[in-house]
Design a binder for this molecule. Structure first.
Ligand SMILES: Cc1cc2nc3c(=O)[nH]c(=O)nc-3n(C[C@H](O)[C@H](O)[C@H](O)COP(=O)(O)O)c2cc1C
Length: 378
C-alpha cells in the first residue's frame, strides 16, 4: 500500500466504509445479465472497493456457485443484489411484440416467437436463503420496497442496501429499516429503480446532482450516489453532495473481468454522452441503454408489461450475445460514456478512481487556499 493510497483512504473515509467493511466508499454496481462475474466482484473488493454480484436472472444454484467462486478469490466483504419489481399490469399483446422481435429472429436464424408467455415462478425467497446461508454480509435490492425482506436479512446477519430515485422512495426505504440507500440519478445506466411505476410507465428522471443532497437531507442513513459517476472527480462530487459513497456501474462494464460481451464493450467505448435513451423496450420497465437497432425498430411500438417484454425477447438477446451482436441486445449503460477506458482490470479502475479522488480533494483544498481557479488538467 503506497502512501498516496493511505492519504486517499483517510481522506475518502466515510461511515459507509465501516458499514460495508471496505477501505474506500466506492461500490461496484451489481449488473444483471452477465457483467458482474465473480472475477469482477472479487477484483473490486480486493482493491478496497465494494463488489456486488447481481442475483437477478440467476437460479439459486447459480447464485450458490457464484458466491463460492467470489469467496475463492477474496476474503473481503461483498454483496448480492436482487431486482424485486413484481410483474406489472399493462400491455399483454404478445403477438404484436413478437412480430417485431421476429424480424430479428429471422436474421439470427431463430424460430418465430411464441404467443404463449408464462411467467416463471419467483425464486427470490429461495435465492435469498442461499445468500444468507453463505453469510454474505450485504444484500441489496432495486426496483422496489424491500420492507417485507429487511427483517429476514437482519436476522440472517446481513446489512440491507436499497435503491431509490426520489426523496419519497428514499423515506419509504428508511422507514422500512434499510441500512443504506443508493440514490439513483437519471444519468444511471440500467433500470430506473422507481417504485411503484406510474400507470403510463413514465418514471421521474431526477439527475444525480439534484437528487443526492435532497435525499441526504431527508433520511438519516448513509446515502450512496449513483448515476453518471465514473471517475475520481465524480466520487468527490458525490461526497460533496453529502453522500457517503458512490456506486459505479458503466465504468466497470468495460473492465477486463466484466462479462459484457466484446461488441457490447466496444460499442460503449465508442459511445458518447448523447447516445443513450431511457426506454421500456429492453424489458418492459424503463431502463437507460445505448440506442441501437433494438431501440430504433421498436420506435412507436408499445413494449409488453414488465417483465413480459424481457421474457418475450429472451431468445433474441441470448442469440445476439452468443453472436457478439450489439445491435439487438439491451446495451444498458449510463451517460458518462466518454469517461470509460479500455483494457483495464477492475482493481486498476478502483485504484485509479481513488487516486484521482485524492488529487481532486487536494486540488480543491489548495485552490481554495490560494483563491486560484484549478488549472486545467492539473
Ligand atoms: C448493464 C447494467 C445492469 C444493471 N443491473 C442492475 C441490477 O441488476 N441491480 C441493480 O441494483 N442495479 C443495476 N444497474 C444499475 C446500477 O445499480 C446503477 O444505478 C448504475 O449503473 C449507475 O449509473 P452508471 O452506469 O452511470 O454508473 C445496472 C446498470 C447497468 C449499466
Amino acid at each position: 500500500v503506497s502512501s498516496m493510497d493511505d492519504v486517499s483512504a483517510d481522506a475518502l473515509y466515510t461511515p459507509l466504509c465501516d458499514l460495508l467493511g471496505c477501505r474506500y466508499p466506492l461500490l461496484q454496481a451489481p449488473m444483471a445479465g452477465g457483467p458482474t462475474t465473480p472475477e469482477l466482484v472479487a477484483a473490486v473488493s480486493n482493491a478496497g472497493g465494494f463488489g456486488s454480484l447481481a442475483g437477478s436472472r440467476l437460479t439459486p444454484t447459480q447464485i450458490d456457485e457464484a458466491i463460492r467462486s467470489v469467496r475463492g478469490q477474496t476474503d473481503r466483504p461483498f454483496g448480492v443484489n436482487f431486482i424485486i419489481a413484481p410483474p406489472e399490469e399493462g400491455n399483454r399483446d404478445v403477438q404484436a411484440a413478437q412480430a417485431i422481435l421476429d424480424r430479428f429472429r429471422a436474421e439470427l436464424g431463430l424460430a418465430p416467437g411464441t404467443a404463449e408467455l408464462a411467467l416463471p415462478e419467483s425464486t427470490l425467497m429461495k435465492s435469498l436463503e442461499v445468500v444468507l446461508g453463505h453469510q454474505v454480509p450485504v444484500v441489496s435490492f432495486a426496483l422496489g420496497d424491500p420492507a417485507a425482506l429487511v427483517e429476514r436479512c437482519a436476522s440472517g446477519g446481513a446489512k440491507v442496501v436499497a435503491m431509490a430515485t426520489t426523496v419519497d422512495e428514499s423515506v419509504r426505504l428508511a422507514e422500512a429499516g434499510v441500512d443504506a440507500i443508493v440514490a439513483q440519478g437519471s444519468e444511471a445506466g440500467g433500470h430506473r429503480s422507481t417504485f411503484p411505476l406510474a400507470a403510463d410507465g413514465v418514471p421521474p428522471l431526477v439527475g444525480t446532482l439534484a437528487l443526492v443532497p435532497q435525499v441526504v437531507d431527508a433520511v438519516s442513513v448513509p446515502v450512496v450516489a449513483a448515476g453518471g459517476i465514473a471517475d475520481g472527480r465524480g466520487l468527490v462530487a458525490a461526497l460533496a453532495l453529502g453522500a457517503a459513497g458512490a456506486q459505479i456501474g458503466s465504468r466497470f462494464l468495460v473492465a477486463r473481468e466484466s462479462g459484457a460481451f466484446p461488441a457490447w464493450k466496444e460499442r460503449l467505448l465508442a459511445a458518447t454522452e448523447v447516445d443513450t435513451v431511457v426506454s421500456r423496450v429492453f424489458s418492459g420497465r424503463p431502463a437507460r441503454g445505448v440506442r441501437n437497432r433494438l431501440v430504433d425498430e421498436h420506435e412507436g411500438a408499445d413494449a409488453l408489461a414488465w417483465p413480459l417484454q424481457a421474457l418475450a425477447a429472451d431468445d433474441v438477446y441470448r442469440a445476439a450475445a452468443a453472436r457478439d451482436d450489439a445491435e439487438v441486445f439491451p446495451l444498458l449503460a449510463g451517460q458518462a460514456l466518454r469517461l470509460l477506458k479500455p483494457d483495464q482490470g477492475a482493481g486498476e479502475i478502483v485504484s485509479e478512481i481513488v487516486a484521482q479522488a485524492g488529487e481532486a480533494l487536494l486540488l480543491l483544498a489548495s485552490s481554495r487556499a490560494t483563491g486560484e481557479r484549478s488549472p486545467a488538467g492539473a
